[in-house]
Design a protein around this ligand. Sequence first.
Ligand code: PMP
Length: 353
Amino acid sequence: MFSIETFIRPHLLSLKPYSSARDEFEGEASVYLDANENNLGSLAGGTDYNRYPDPYQKTIKEKLSKLKGVKPEQIFIGNGSDEAIDLLVRLVCEPGRDEVLLLPPTYGMYEVSANIHNIGIQRVPLDEHFQPVFEKITAEQTEQTKILFLCSPNNPTGNILEPATVEKLITSFNGLVVVDEAYIDFTQSPSWSTRLEEFPNLVVLQTLSKAWGMAGLRLGMAFGSPEIIGYLNKIKPPYNINAVTQELVSAALDKTAQLHDMLAVIKNERDRLVEAFAAFPLIEKVFPSDANFVLVQVPNANALYGYLLERGVVVRNRSTQPGCANCLRITIGTPAENDHLLEALQTYAAQAT
Ligand code: PMP
């Protein structure tokens, strides 16, 4: 039976977390003289910006709980899901000793967070269909492998990781399995967050930066057992989500109809671009996408990247990632932006022939 206590770094098990003024007094009072705030008001205007924000983001968690079908105590909120990635590494990996297991090509922050904390990195590349290879991954795991990072839909490839393989990995991996679902809203595939009760070693990451259009506000989520979430709360900075973000996000989470409208446009545009790219002579390969971007392989990624840039269009050159030689990752834009991209591709092709 998995027990998170076996994996938490021993000195964190007994950590006494910072106790803020808002932790120590949660009731209502008419005069607050407990947090060294400026009671005269805020130069930023607004009503309450002179006050520290809710350290546990209760309003947002209640709304997320209803939206996602996950209990509030199973939700950690981070300053972007990047913060959750970083805290997970800090929670279970001992610097200079432990390792994380990554499946490249994948999202870059897992590696950077591990490097920041002097954690070793084991790599088992995805196969030619960008799928995890179960036997190779399990063969790579050692006593020191504390986290397996899976990204589904995967960045930069765009595909869902085969659910049967993911399930086998979660079941067999002796450590935390983090499934990063930053792009989950763009796919029909169900979220692994619906299966938290089955897998006590599972942590699912999601974000409001993509489908919800709030990258600038910085809010990401980790879903996991109440025990894991409790430890993340213990080690997080006290007020990691600012008041403006809490306010704006709380209001935005009620706009699910608009979310679905935006998602419909983005998915439509994705289909249109995939079709246009597939018919395009200078694009050799269009990888199937369950995300809000499409990875394409071209004869000369640097040349096309430079040409598009001259036309005012910036895409992401992913050529240096394993298995992604001459690949560009193209985010789905507005219909007008996508038209502009397609026109630029046409003129590039005309010039190249
Ligand atoms: N995971 C993946 C797979 C991503 O692509 C990104 C953003 N590029 C993140 C996490 C980080 O998202 P956030 O803005 O919530 O920090």
